[in-house]
Design a protein around this ligand. Structure first.
Ligand SMILES: CC(=O)SCCNC(=O)CCNC(=O)[C@H](O)C(C)(C)COP(=O)(O)OP(=O)(O)OC[C@H]1O[C@@H](n2cnc3c(N)ncnc32)[C@H](O)[C@@H]1OP(=O)(O)O
Ligand SMILES: O=C([O-])CC(=O)C(=O)O
Length: 388
């Protein structure tokens, strides 16, 4: 809560005590999709702890749960998977747009443009109904990995690889990026990251999607805006920033001194801190375990160096500031070890969060109220335009 100048009463002039910068601590609506349970530091999707979902379910099952409120039975899952697999290929124009965007732009810009273009093309009747929105959402879930993979390949000077409908979403993504599917433990680590990234209540990008939806705009407009919000390094962009930071530090023995300098320079340490979790992100232990399995399976000197550096920085940050890592800290290094290029990390987050965003778009549409807060005016008092 931050006081501005003493505000006179009237529209857009709330009392100073009512100003909540960054909406910190403000409850803006109800939601039935997910919640953080502070007492147990756990996160539930539609009531199920995310740890239990990550232990035994596929990302596709979690997407079904977020959208429909229940886990699918065997028949529902078969149908859901068949529809997702059928929608993966890009039409020629979308593929050409992805191929022609400048390689100097960030892959999140490519994804944002692709979502916007797919919206212009989408054949689904735009009545804003939950059924129409779920169909649009499924098409995006299916196509976004194809866009991300094709974009990574063109930047490496390679042709796109067509999706393989015999593979699940996670395996198919590796196939489209690298032309091969890695060991099951690697795919599982990736799938766990997708499950953990899928949904997190009223975070900045989801809230963005809800704001756009609240004007009765369409799903693709809301998702396009959400991609833009996720790109920033204070939000989803942090998983890339973590890897850039580790590369900047380089030597594990330098972590402590680097942190001293960075904190003295008032730099934000990427992958640490969180608006909601003040004693540690509920998703980190599971992602860190998955990362540790990747590290153990690799064992190369380069991986050992990175793992030692990662641990050294985490230990120093927790000791010095009492600020814990968020999900982006282990996920960033995990994506690097899986072979993805750094600028693809946040697009991978999008491939997962598309489920949460669109669940919220449907929820917002079903009980809509226009989202329009007030700002406390601090500009000049009313005055008159001088005679010309
Ligand atoms: C999936 C996700 O989006 S998770 C978030 C990913 N983002 C990052 O990792 C970026 C780095 N982290 C941050 O910038 C912040 O922790 C945020 C933006 C995530 C949360 O910010 P807020 O809730 O506004 O935290 P807030 O600013 O109140 O932090 C409290 C104090 O801790 C400090 N702090 C918080 N996080 C960090 C950090 N990563 N590095 C250094 N200091 C930090 C703040 O500077 C502040 O110090 P002060 O009281 O001396 O001013
Ligand atoms: O909840 C937040 O503010 C950010 C976050 O961790 C997420 O979106 O997963």
């Amino acid at each position: 809560m931050t006081a501005a100048t003493t505000p006179p009463p009237g529209t857009d002039r709330p009392a100073a005590a009512d100003i909540h910068r960054g909406l910190a601590g403000v409850v803006v609506d109800t939601t039935g999709i997910s919640t953080v349970i502070e007492a147990s530091n756990s996160l539930t999707y539609r009531g199920y702890p995310v740890q239990e979902l990550a232990a035994s379910r596929s990302f596709e099952e979690v997407a079904h749960l977020l959208w429909n409120g229940e886990l699918p039975d065997a028949g529902q899952l078969r149908e859901f998977e068949a529809r997702e697999r059928a929608m993966r290929p890009l039409d020629r124009t979308t593929a050409e747009i992805v191929a022609r965007l400048p390689e100097t732009c960030h892959p999140m810009d490519v994804l944002r443009t692709a979502v916007s273009f797919l919206g212009a093309e989408d054949p689904t009747e735009d009545d804003g109904s939950p059924a129409a929105n779920r169909t649009k959402a499924l098409a995006l879930l299916a196509k976004l990995p194809t866009v991300v993979a094709a974009d990574q390949r063109r930047r490496r000077g390679l042709d796109p690889i067509q999706p393989d409908p015999s593979l699940g979403l996670a395996e198919n993504f590796f196939h489209m990026c690298f032309g091969e599917v890695p060991a099951p433990e690697v795919v599982r680590c990736f799938e766990i990251s997708l499950i953990l990234y899928a949904e997190h209540s009223f975070n900045a990008s989801t809230f963005t999607a809800r704001v756009v939806t609240s004007t009765l705009s369409d799903l693709h407009s809301a998702v396009t805006a959400a991609v833009g919000a996720l790109k920033g390094p204070l939000h989803g962009g942090a998983n890339e920033a973590v890897m850039h930071m580790l590369n900047e530090i380089g030597d594990p023995a330098a972590a402590d001194a680097w942190l001293t300098d960075a904190l003295a320079a008032k730099r934000k340490i990427m992958g640490f801190g969180h608006r909601v979790y003040k004693h540690g992100d509920s998703r980190v232990p599971l992602m860190q375990e998955a990362l540790d399995r990747l590290i153990a399976a690799d064992g190369s000197p380069e991986t050992t160096r990175l793992a030692t550096l990662h641990t050294a920085l985490r230990t120093a940050m927790v000791e010095r500031k009492g600020i814990h890592p968020n999900l982006d800290y282990p996920a960033g290094l995990a994506y690097h070890l899986m072979g993805f290029d750094i600028p693809v990390f946040t697009p991978i987050f999008v491939m997962s969060r598309i489920t949460g965003w669109t669940a919220h778009i449907v929820e917002q549409s079903e009980g809509n109220t226009l989202i329009r807060p007030l700002g406390a005016y601090t500009g000049p008092a009313e005055r008159h335009v001088p005679a010309a």
